[in-house]
Ligand binder design. Structure first.
Ligand code: GLC
Ligand code: CA
Length: 581
C-alpha cells in the first residue's frame, strides 16, 4: 500500500497503488419489485430513486443502545427513525451487523445471513425494515465481499484439509521455503499478507487482518454463494449494498512480488505499490454480474472505491454504466483543506466521470468537523461544508453525527485503543476509534447513547453538540442541515439541475449555479476567514437578472434579496438563492 498522507485524512485503507418504458410495463404487470414498489422507476428527467435520495451511514455499535449494554443495536436504530426522517434522510447504510467475532468490528463476517446477537435478531431487522419502509426510508446493507472471518464455516472447512471441497474458496499457497511466505505482499493492516496454517502446512492470503482470509473470487462457487447472499437480503427488503473493499477482490495468480518503494509505512513495513493485488481488471466482471442481480431488484450498489484518479473512478461505473451506480468519490475527501480551487477541480472531474457520489467522512476517515475546522470557526465551517456537498449535483452520503458537528475523539493512551490497527501502529497510527464514538443525543450522561459504560468514550463536546440542544437552537448545525435537506428535496434545480461553475479563478469563494429549465439556484461559499466581495455576471449563463432571492444563508444580515453586482460574504458563510429568467 502506498501510504496516503495521513495527517488529517487518515484512513485510506486500500491505498492507491498506482429503459424507462420497460419499467412502466413491469409495474403494470406486477413484476415483484423489491422495496418501495418502484420497478426501475425513473422520474421525468430519467433519474432513479438513489439519485435523489440522501444516504446516511450508521455505525451500529455507536448509534443508539436500546438495551443498555454499552453497544448500539438495531432496536436502537428503529427508535431513531423519526429523527432520521425529520432530518431528511431517505436511505440508511448500516455497516456490518452480521454475526462476527468483531476483530474488525463486524468487517469479519462469520455468517452473512443472520444478525449478531449483540445487535439483535432477524426479527429485529425485519421490524426495522418495515418501520423504515413506513417512513419512506430504505435500508442498505454492507457487503463484505473480499474476505470472511476465519470463524466462518466456509473457512473452517477450507482450512481443515487440502482436499476439502471448500479448499479453493480461499487462497492457499506453499511458502517459498520454511518460514517464508509465498511472496512479498503486505497486509494493509500491517505485516505480511500471508499466514501459515500448520494444519495443512500452507499459507493463506489476507489483505486485512489474519482473521479476515480473502475469498477466492476466481472460483465460480464463491461467486454463486456470495451472489445468493445478496438475493436473500433483497427478498428481505433491502434496497442495495455498500460493497466493502472492492478494489481487493482479485490477486495475480502468478503471485508476482509487488514493487517496493522508498521509506516505511506506519507499521514499520516497507512502503509498497499494491500493483499485483489490488484493482485487477477481473473484478469488473464480478461487478457487472452483481449489478445484473441488483437490477432485478431495483437495488443500488455503492462502492468503497479508493481510486487514485478519475480514470479509475470512471472505470467503476462500468463502460456501459453497468457496474456500480454509486462508486464513492474519495478523491473529494482527499481535499482535506478549505480550498475553493481544489474542490472546483474535483467537482468538475467527477461530474464528467459519472453520477457523483459525495462523502465527507466515514468510519475509516477522520471526521470532517476536524479535517476542515480551524479550531475557531468549526461550526460555521461545518455548515459551509454542508452547503457544499448537499447542493451539488449528485448523491451525498452523510456520516452519522456530521449533522451535529461531532468531532474525532482519538484515544490518548495506547491501552485505551480498541481498533487493532491503532494498537499495532501506535503512536503513528492511532486507529479509527476517534471517528466511531457514540452518537450524541442529549447533554445527559453518555450523551443519551446508553445508561451503561459505552464501548468507546463519548466525545466531551457532547455537552454543546447534541441533537436535543441543537434542535432548540435555530442557528445550530443541525437546524442548518434540516433546512438544507428540506430545500434539497423540494427544489427542482437542486435535484435535477446541471452544475455550472462561476468565477473559476476565485481562490476564496466557491460559486456555482444549478440550472434547471428557466430557473437556477446560486450557491456562494466563502472558504476563507476573511469577508469577501465578489461580482457575479450571469449573462452568459442565460440569467441576466441582477438579483437573487434568498433561500438559505448563514450571512449575518439574512438579506431577502442579494444584488449580484456586489456580493459580500462573511467569513466561511454560505449563501443559497434562487434566480429566475
Ligand atoms: C473497509 C471498511 C473498513 C474495514 C476494511 C476491511 O475498508 O470500511 O472499516 O476495516 O474494509 O473489511
Ligand atoms: Ca445494545
Amino acid at each position: 500500500m502506498v501510504v496516503i498522507e495521513r495527517s488529517k485524512l487518515r484512513h485510506a485503507l486500500i491505498g492507491c497503488s498506482l429503459g424507462p418504458c420497460l419499467g412502466a410495463i413491469l409495474l403494470v404487470i406486477g413484476v415483484p419489485t423489491n422495496t418501495h414498489g418502484q420497478a426501475a422507476g425513473r422520474d421525468s428527467e430519467g433519474h432513479q430513486w438513489w439519485q435523489h435520495a440522501v444516504f446516511y451511514e450508521i455505525y451500529p455499535r455507536s448509534f443508539a443502545d436500546s438495551n443498555d449494554d454499552g453497544i448500539g443495536d438495531l432496536n436502537g436504530i428503529t427508535r431513531k427513525l423519526d429523527y432520521l426522517k425529520e432530518l431528511g434522510v431517505d436511505a440508511i447504510w448500516i455497516t456490518p451487523c452480521y454475526p462476527s467475532p468483531q476483530v474488525d468490528f463486524g468487517y469479519d463476517v462469520s455468517d452473512y445471513q443472520n444478525i449478531d446477537p449483540m445487535y439483535g435478531t432477524l426479527e429485529d431487522f425485519d421490524r426495522l425494515e418495515s418501520e423504515a419502509r413506513k417512513r419512506g426510508i430504505r435500508i442498505i446493507m454492507d457487503f463484505v465481499m473480499n474476505h470472511t472471518s476465519d470463524q466462518h464455516a466456509w473457512f473452517k472447512e477450507s482450512r481443515s484439509s487440502r482436499d476439502n471441497p471448500r479448499r479453493d474458496w480461499y487462497i492457499w499457497r506453499d511458502g517459498k521455503g520454511p518460514n517464508q511466505p509465498p511472496n512479498n505482499w503486505l497486509s494493509t493492516f500491517g505485516g505480511s499478507a500471508w499466514k501459515f496454517d500448520p494444519t495443512t502446512g500452507q499459507w493463506y492470503y489476507h489483505f486485512f487482518y489474519p482473521q479476515q482470509p480473502d475469498l477466492n473470487w476466481r472460483n465460480p462457487e464463491v461467486e454463486k454463494a456470495m451472489f445468493d447472499v445478496t438475493r436473500w437480503w433483497y427478498r428481505r427488503g433491502v434496497a442495495g449494498f455498500r460493497l466493502d473493499a472492492v478494489d481487493t477482490l482479485f490477486e495475480d495468480p502468478a503471485l508476482h512480488d509487488n514493487p517496493v518503494l522508498p521509506g516505511k509505512n506506519q507499521y514499520g513495513d516497507p512502503n509498497m505499490a499494491n500493483l499485483y493485488n489490488t484493482k485487477l481488471p477481473e473484478l469488473h466482471g464480478v461487478l457487472e454480474r452483481l449489478r445484473q442481480v441488483a437490477d432485478e431488484h431495483n437495488a443500488v450498489l455503492i462502492g468503497e472505491t479508493w481510486t487514485k484518479d478519475l480514470e479509475e473512478l470512471k472505470r467503476y461505473y462500468g463502460e456501459h454504466s453497468n457496474e456500480l451506480q454509486m462508486p464513492m468519490d474519495f478523491l473529494f475527501t482527499r481535499v482535506d483543506k478549505l480550498s475553493a480551487g481544489e474542490f472546483r477541480k474535483q467537482i468538475a472531474g467527477v461530474n464528467a466521470a459519472g453520477w457523483p457520489v459525495y462523502v465527507l467522512s466515514n468510519h475509516d476517515i477522520v471526521r470532517s468537523y476536524v479535517r476542515y475546522g480551524d479550531g475557531r470557526h468549526n461550526d460555521e465551517i461545518a455548515k459551509l461544508m454542508a452547503g457544499l456537498y448537499l447542493t451539488l449535483r449528485g448523491t451525498a452520503i452523510l456520516y452519522y453525527g456530521e449533522e451535529i458537528g461531532m468531532e474525532n475523539n482519538d484515544p490518548k493512551r495506547k491501552e485505551d485503543v480498541k481498533d487493532p490497527i491503532g494498537r499495532l501502529g501506535w503512536p503513528k497510527e492511532k486507529g479509527r476509534d476517534g471517528e466511531r464514538t457514540p452518537m450524541q443525543w442529549n447533554s445527559s450522561q453518555n450523551a443519551g447513547f446508553t445508561k451503561a459504560k459505552p464501548w468507546l468514550p463519548v466525545d466531551p463536546n457532547y455537552r454543546t453538540h447534541n441533537v436535543e440542544s441543537e434542535g432548540k437552537d435555530p442557528g445550530s448545525i443541525l437546524n442548518f442541515y434540516r433546512r438544507l435537506l428540506e430545500l434539497r428535496h423540494q427544489n427542482p434545480a437542486l435535484l435535477e439541475g446541471a452544475y455550472v461553475p462561476l468565477n473559476e479563478d476565485d481562490p476564496n469563494v466557491l460559486c456555482y449555479l444549478r440550472t434547471y429549465k428557466d430557473e437556477a439556484v446560486l450557491v456562494v461559499l466563502n472558504m476563507s476567514a476573511e469577508r469577501q466581495t465578489t461580482t457575479l455576471n450571469l449573462t452568459s449563463q442565460g440569467f441576466a437578472g441582477a438579483q437573487a432571492t434568498t433561500l438559505l444563508t448563514t450571512l449575518a444580515t439574512h438579506p431577502e434579496r442579494l444584488s449580484l453586482s456586489s456580493v459580500s460574504v462573511d467569513p466561511f458563510a454560505v449563501y443559497i438563492g434562487k434566480i429566475s429568467k
